[in-house]
Design a protein around this ligand. Structure first.
Ligand code: GLU
Length: 507
């Protein structure tokens, strides 16, 4: 058996959707399990779809999720370059070999000529005619033109492409590790362009040549590439490599939360959750939000993603990376689409927050304060962590729920102000603040004693007093134990916020 070599081969055409991260993850786990090599190859031969920054985005996403390639762009290795645009000559040489073998040909047709051919052949039984075994004989290519005419085309610099000569009426089969035997009828396949008129290879050509030259043993990729595999098999066959073809595993789609179709990059905005690993700013300025910025720990995202398509066959849901490397298997990947459930992702994150090393969480929370340009002391961040560790689901929750400990909240909760607060309570709460000023030792026992006396004296209920104090301290009536909040904010600031809170509530 050859050593396992797998590749993650994204195209830098925009941000990498989490489906891409799942593909990377499955490749990574498979490689690690077999002490193999996980390779990053950038498939950038479609110059028209190239997006600046996409390559850096891919690298940053892999770094953040911890799916670090062993070899490939940015990581070195013996089979480079790993960016396909830098391998142009290699593909052209191979395409010419195929022409010499009689399995490919030059085509000189203009797009108008191809359109006309399609119009000519369109019928009810064949609404979308193709450039194929059936039509190539009437087109302008090196199969129909004489050698002199072909030479002429080159001399006059007529644009050309190289096409694969797909045979008629053959069955092309693959044994997919997930789907079993999949058959394609070659009559359905067009004569795919292998080299485009700009000299660049198409995805099919570059993909097959590189998988071969980079000694890839297993191709693990999304289901959307399954139909392309038919052309790939023909290429392997014509180069004489079919018996050494990589094994294929086509992963199921990730579906929208409602199960209606494939999860798309727009779904994030529509359903209000991230579908990208990290934030992506599109060229037009539109921001597509990422799991990292939403406050996920990378381990939680990985754990969530691994189960979108892979079924370990047990009840276990939380897996360390080491366990995944041991347990992962292509046989347990399901065929049907896996539904994206954001609540489940959050469930994983709250689990990971509970078991993550405290120092790491404190660093993350601190970084969120820095990002918002709020200066928070280490003790304040620590207090926030202690107060909210059982409630936080996302890292950002620590910031959102606890930032009042560092800065005064803006306006009080609107609903509380209009429905719960009674303006005639103002004097009472001012008097409570005055009592607080006199407290010598700002602790739970003393605060509780004063608040109880206050309730009796002013005939107020617990359900009226405690939420009011919370609103004054933090802006919202919900939160942890009010005594802990008072202690976290500290005597001086608590008193100030009660004075100003009463004013805001009465305004
Ligand atoms: N470049 C393709 C993509 O963007 C890779 C498909 C494959 O892995 O063969 O997903």
């Amino acid at each position: 058996m050859n050593p396992v070599r797998v590749r993650f081969a994204p195209s830098p055409t925009g941000a990498l959707h989490i489906g891409g991260i799942r593909t990377a993850l499955y490749n990574y786990l498979f490689a690690k399990q077999h002490q193999g090599t996980f390779i990053l190859r950038i498939e950038d031969t479609d110059q028209t779809r190239y997006v600046a920054g996409a390559e850096e985005y891919i690298l940053e996403s892999l770094r953040w999720t911890g799916l670090i390639p062993d070899e490939g762009l940015g990581f070195g290795g013996p089979y480079g370059p790993y960016r396909q645009s830098e391998r142009q000559e290699i593909y052209l040489d191979y395409a010419k070999k195929l022409i010499n073998l009689g399995f490919a040909y030059y085509a000189f047709d203009t797009s108008e000529e191809i359109e006309e051919m399609k119009k000519r052949h369109a019928s009810e039984s064949n609404p979308m005619p193709k450039y194929d075994f059936n039509t190539r004989a009437e087109m302008k290519n090196s199969l129909t033109l004489s050698t002199e005419e072909v030479e002429d085309c080159f001399k006059t610099k007529t644009p050309w492409v190289i096409r694969l000569k797909v045979p008629a009426s053959e069955t092309v089969s693959i044994t997919d590790k997930i789907r079993g035997e999949v058959n394609f009828n070659s009559d359905e396949l067009d004569d795919k362009v292998l080299i485009k008129s700009d000299g660049m290879p198409t995805y099919h050509m570059a993909n097959v040549i590189d998988d071969r030259l980079m000694k890839i043993t297993h191709v693990i990729r999304g289901e959307e590439w399954l139909s392309s595999t038919a052309h790939h098999v023909l290429l392997y066959r014509y180069f004489g490599w079919e018996s050494e073809m990589p094994e294929f595993a086509h992963l199921p789609l990730i579906l929208k939360p409602n199960g209606q179709g494939k999860l798309s990059k727009r779904d994030g905005a529509q359903f209000g959750f991230p579908v990208f690993p990290i934030d992506w700013k599109a060229e037009d300025g539109e921001i597509f939000s990422g799991f990292r910025e939403a406050g996920f720990l990378p381990g939680a995202l990985i754990n969530f993603l691994v189960l979108l398509g892979w079924n370990p066959g047990t009840e276990q849901e939380i897996f360390s990376k080491e366990e995944l490397i041991q347990l992962f298997s292509l046989d347990k990947i399901v065929k049907s689409g896996a539904r994206f459930d954001y609540n489940k992702a959050k469930w994983f994150n709250s689990n990971y927050l509970q078991k993550e090393n405290v120092e790491i969480i404190l660093d993350h929370v601190n970084a969120i304060f820095v990002k918002h340009e709020i200066k928070a002391g280490a003790d304040q961040v620590n207090t926030i962590y202690q107060l909210y560790k059982d409630r936080a689901v996302l890292l950002n929750d620590f910031f959102n729920m606890g930032k009042y400990i560092v800065v005064e909240p803006a306006d009080p909760d609107e609903e509380f102000k209009s429905k719960k607060w009674k303006k005639e309570w103002a004097d009472s709460f001012i008097s409570l603040a005055n009592v607080f000023v006199e407290i010598k030792e700002w602790n739970h026992v003393n605060l509780e004693e004063k608040i109880k006396e206050f309730m009796i004296m002013h005939q107020l209920k617990m359900g009226e007093v405690l939420p009011s104090i919370r609103v004054m301290l933090s802006g919202t009536p919900m939160g942890p134990d009010v005594y802990q909040m008072l202690m976290a904010v500290g005597k001086e600031k608590s008193v100030e916020r009660m004075y100003s809170g009463v004013k805001k509530l009465n305004s």
